[in-house]
Ligand binder design. Structure first.
Ligand SMILES: Nc1ncnc2c1ncn2[C@@H]1O[C@H](COP(=O)(O)OP(=O)(O)OP(=O)(O)O)[C@@H](O)[C@H]1O
Ligand SMILES: [Mg+2]
Length: 180
């Protein structure tokens, strides 16, 4: 595997850049993804501390009908939710080295052998050793680098398709996300 995990043919395309004015917008994007992504989808979430990764996963969980609270699993590492329309596997690799992550064989969450197919959302996914053939990446950036409080500035989300099967298709405009 190469460093970025992108295919040798450079199969990586930016699907969309979306402005998320507040936490509700991040939730709304997550809800859209939870409604529209098929089981087996893997999402790699990137972004600084507090950039909104867990908030996005909370939106996904809401759309799937998960009522258990989705918290930042920094200490639990992996949370599995089975009460929704399809399973949600929420991973947070913040506390792991790449070597430790490799020893966990996290690909069992998407290779279809051990776990029923669901949505796999991975925070701090740069530590992931093995990537699936196709996956979506979401990079969250705090809009104003100068902002002192990370909660008052908006966020910008860049959605990237990797591999032969695009993850993000037919993305709605932000205004439609809010009405949904
Ligand atoms: N678009 C947004 N605009 C402003 N604030 C937001 C936005 N999205 C999320 N937030 C807020 O940012 C804070 C941090 O969010 P969150 O915990 O989801 O970040 P995180 O990326 O998971 O952090 P960590 O790296 O610690 O896991 C929360 O208070 C959340 O409500
Ligand atoms: Mg988090």
């Amino acid at each position: 595997m190469n460093e970025t995990g992108r295919g040798a043919e450079g199969m990586s395309t930016t699907a969309s850049v979306i402005s998320l004015a507040d936490a509700d917008a991040t939730l709304a994007l997550g809800e859209f993804l939870g409604r529209s992504l098929p089981p087996g989808t893997v999402l790699l979430l990137h972004g600084n501390l507090g950039s909104g990764k867990t908030t996005l996963v909370q939106g996904i969980g809401r759309a799937l009908g998960i009522t258990d609270p989705i918290l930042s699993p920094t200490f639990t590492l992996i949370s599995e939710y089975y009460e929704g329309r399809i399973p949600l596997y929420h991973l947070d690799l913040y506390r792991l080295t790449s070597e430790e992550a490799a020893n966990l064989y996290l690909e069992t969450y998407w290779d279809g052998n051990e776990y029923p197919p669901g949505l796999v959302a991975i925070e701090w996914a740069e530590r992931l050793a093995e990537r699936p053939e196709s996956y979506g990446e979401i990079e969250l950036v705090i809009s104003s680098e100068a902002a002192k409080s990370t909660t008052s500035a908006g966020r910008q989300a860049t959605l990237i398709n990797n591999g032969p099967t695009p993850t993000f298709t037919n993305l709605p405009s932000v205004s439609k996300l809010h009405k949904a």
